[in-house]
Design a protein around this ligand. Structure first.
Ligand SMILES: Nc1ncnc2c1ncn2[C@@H]1O[C@H](COP(=O)(O)OP(=O)(O)O)[C@@H](O)[C@H]1O
Ligand SMILES: [Mg+2]
Length: 383
């Protein structure tokens, strides 16, 4: 696995049960996965030489993040290494402009968008699709995460300020229509090279300031909308030749804003072709976790059952609290509620950083949510 973050750590955890060894290419010896005894090779996933050395000892390469330079991925593929997901899929996943263009070309519901190569591109899109009634949303084509790289532009001066800033930093942009969101969903799909595909029950994700805070499973949406969501995820997985786990982020458009017809209800946001925060609940919440299924998929082994293991599952992220807060030190108090399952990633605490998560299963979503929130608050130094 290229990258040694918490996704590699939890993938390794799943692999242990299958008797497998995961080798990790990690920037630093104290990265999340590097700390737990995976076979670690220290090196930068950005450097082709480090990647080549690492790949030489692996049966199959997979990824903890999508930021590996695409030309390096193509070079590894051309040298005969097996990459799952493949180099082309990874290149798509790291480029929001290509996602909009290619998913739009498949006839899938993407928001109105435009490529941006000048300030006037940004301004004319704002005039046509937003201002003054609503904002438009500018996004970095590459490298954004947790809301970094997403800007809500309310007016011309805001767009001009952003343009000056991003051109100085060499950041490429797209701009898209602001979507009046009722809720955000994620559909997790897993596919193996031979084509077998499974789609997890759709979940609702709750973002605050661009960062995922909670995941509610199953999403409380009408069955036909749930089917549509799963159908979209499956179609995308097949269209891009996915191997492994992919999260498809979607928006449910507010009812008073919906275009007529069922396809007016859902708008695609972005793809992540790897285990994803929206699927952490599946460790306890599903018969087979996203991490185990990712491993099974990249080895072309039969996929595990993705059904829910309880009527409701709620995951709440543990973010770094105020300076001095250490979730590890609060663990005993958080565990006082016996239904609470805590996962800490072994990362140094910094305010706002994802340090872990809490999952609670139950009969009732609101009860599970309250208990998961309480435990997460304790870990974040708020309890
Ligand atoms: N077109 C949009 N309209 C309204 N809100 C949006 C739009 N695009 C993104 N957002 C909000 O910003 C969040 C982060 O955007 P996203 O493109 O998923 O970036 P990231 O890569 O940081 O997750 C989304 O989860 C959503 O809450
Ligand atoms: Mg996102």
């Amino acid at each position: 696995m290229v990258g040694g973050g918490q996704l590699a750590r939890m993938t390794y955890q799943a692999a242990i049960a299958l008797g497998l060894t995961v080798r990790v290419l990690s920037d630093r010896a104290d990265d999340s996965a590097a700390r737990v005894g995976a076979e670690v090779e220290i090196g930068s996933p950005d450097e082709i030489e480090a990647l080549r050395r690492f790949a030489a000892g692996c049966d199959v390469l997979t990824f903890d993040h999508e930021l590996v330079p695409p030309q390096h991925l193509a070079a590894l593929r051309d040298a005969g290494h097996t990459l799952y997901p493949g180099a082309d899929t990874m290149a798509l996943a790291q480029n929001k402009r290509r996602q909009r263009q290619e998913l739009g070309a498949l006839g899938l519901p993407v928001p109105a968008f435009s490529t941006v190569s000048s300030e006037s591109d940004l301004l004319s899109f704002g005039e046509a699709h937003g201002w003054p009634a609503r904002p438009v949303v500018a996004k970095a084509v590459r490298g954004g995460y947790d809301g970094r790289g997403v800007w809500l532009l309310e007016d011309v001066p805001a767009a001009q300020r952003l343009w000056a800033e991003v051109t100085a930093r060499g950041v490429e942009l797209i701009v898209e229509a602001w979507v009046p969101i009722e809720k955000e969903l994620a559909a997790l799909v897993v596919r193996r090279p031979s084509g077998e595909t499974a789609v997890y029950p759709s979940v609702e994700t709750v973002q605050v300031a661009g960062i995922c805070r909670e995941v509610l499973a199953p999403a409380s949406i009408p069955p036909d909308l749930a089917d549509e969501t799963c159908g979209l995820a499956r179609r995308i997985a097949e269209a891009i030749g996915l191997v492994g786990v992919m999260a498809v982020e979607l928006f449910v458009v507010r009812e008073d804003e919906q275009a007529t017809g069922s396809s007016g209800r859902l708008v695609l946001n972005e793809l992540a072709t790897r285990p994803h925060n929206s699927g952490h609940f599946s460790i306890e919440g599903c018969v087979t976790s996203q991490f185990e299924n990712h491993v099974r998929a990249v080895l072309d082994w039969p996929l595990g059952d993705v059904s829910l293991a309880a009527p409701a599952a709620v995951m709440v992220n543990v973010l770094g609290g105020p300076p001095g807060n250490d979730p590890q030190a609060e663990l005993a108090r958080a565990l006082a509620d016996p239904v609470v399952k805590v996962h800490l990633y072994g990362k140094d605490a910094r305010p706002g950083r994802k340090l872990g998560h809490v999952t609670v299963l139950g009969q009732d979503l609101e009860d599970a949510r309250a208990r998961a929130r309480r435990a997460a608050a304790i870990l974040m130094g708020e309890g």
